[in-house]
Ligand binder design. Structure first.
Ligand code: ZN
Length: 284
């Protein structure tokens, strides 16, 4: 089917009481690995790319690849911009055909965050696509995407932030971290406080290092989207590295690329199962 609008994807997720994985791609192999796993899982999902990973492909190739592959899929897929760091990133992705975006203004103080987020929301309204924004600052490092500070989301700011920006999805900082070098520990009490007041669904970043038993509880806290990046990248790099170590004279690039794709596919499939463990409507 054609790429699905992010608003529609969120509706489908809420209707089915499942969680959408949001999986970061970089190239053709990771794109196909992610989409194969999503199709097999039958659970709607986001595929996404951050500006940090765009230097290889540009937004256009990623959009073309995803659209082409999704055309032969039965499971709904939305294409999302992850961590749009400035307004230009948002414009570039939307104009390339992305169907959902994140504007990340966590580096600013509260009022500046509101101002920049509002600007992105107004722009995306014209295209009819949802905007995700971050309140608080998720710690850690994802490639060269460094978030400064380590502020948890303040539940007292949530309603004001959503109302003033008009944002459609809220990424929370509740003990989740980016990358694999810090120890995440979800503060469920804080997550519950945020959930109770937040007028829009929640997004969890940095799921790679979070224990499975915490990930599988997210569906009960109005989390509709869970981001996974680092685990896919390490799976891909390890698979390719293993092939090289097994025979450093090999030249069958196709088999090495296929092994990388397969490692990503297996990792994504497992993550989708973990995210939806508690869902009564999970389709195996
Ligand atoms: Zn993130």
């Amino acid at each position: 089917m054609p790429l699905v609008n992010g608003f529609h994807l969120i509706d489908l997720i809420k209707e089915r009481k499942v969680v959408a994985g949001a999986f970061n791609t970089t190239n053709l192999e990771t794109t196909i690995g992610i989409l194969n796993a999503v199709e097999k899982s039958k659970i709607p999902a986001f595929i996404q790319i951050a500006p940090t990973n765009v230097p290889l492909s540009g937004y256009g190739y990623i959009a073309d690849m995803v659209k082409r592959y999704a055309a032969n899929m039965d499971t709904p897929i939305a294409l999302h911009l992850d961590h749009g760091k400035d307004f230009q990133n948002v414009k570039d992705a939307v104009r390339a055909g992305f169907t959902s975006v994140m504007t990340d203004n966590a580096k600013y103080d509260y009022d500046e965050n509101v101002k920049h987020t509002f600007e992105a929301v107004e722009f995306c309204k014209g295209y009819g696509i949802p905007v995700e924004a971050e309140l608080g600052a998720i710690a850690g490092k994802e490639d060269d995407d460094v978030t400064e500070g380590n502020g948890m989301t303040d539940p007292d700011q949530v309603v004001d932030f959503v109302n003033r920006t008009g944002v459609n999805l809220l990424a929370v900082a509740v003990g989740n971290v980016h990358g694999l070098n810090l120890d995440p520990n979800i503060n469920f009490e804080l997550l519950d406080k945020i959930r109770k007041v937040c007028p829009v669904p929640l997004v969890l970043h940095g799921a790679s290092g979070i224990p499975d038993n915490q990930i599988s509880q997210m569906v009960n806290y109005d989390v509709v989207k869970i981001n996974v990046a680092s685990d896919l990248r390490t799976a891909y790099i390890k698979a390719v590295g293993k092939d090289y170590v097994s025979d450093n004279d090999r030249f069958d690039l196709i088999n090495v690329a296929l092994d990388g794709k397969k490692a990503v596919e297996e990792t994504v499939y497992k993550k989708i199962q973990v995210m939806n463990k508690l869902s009564p409507t999970l389709v195996h």
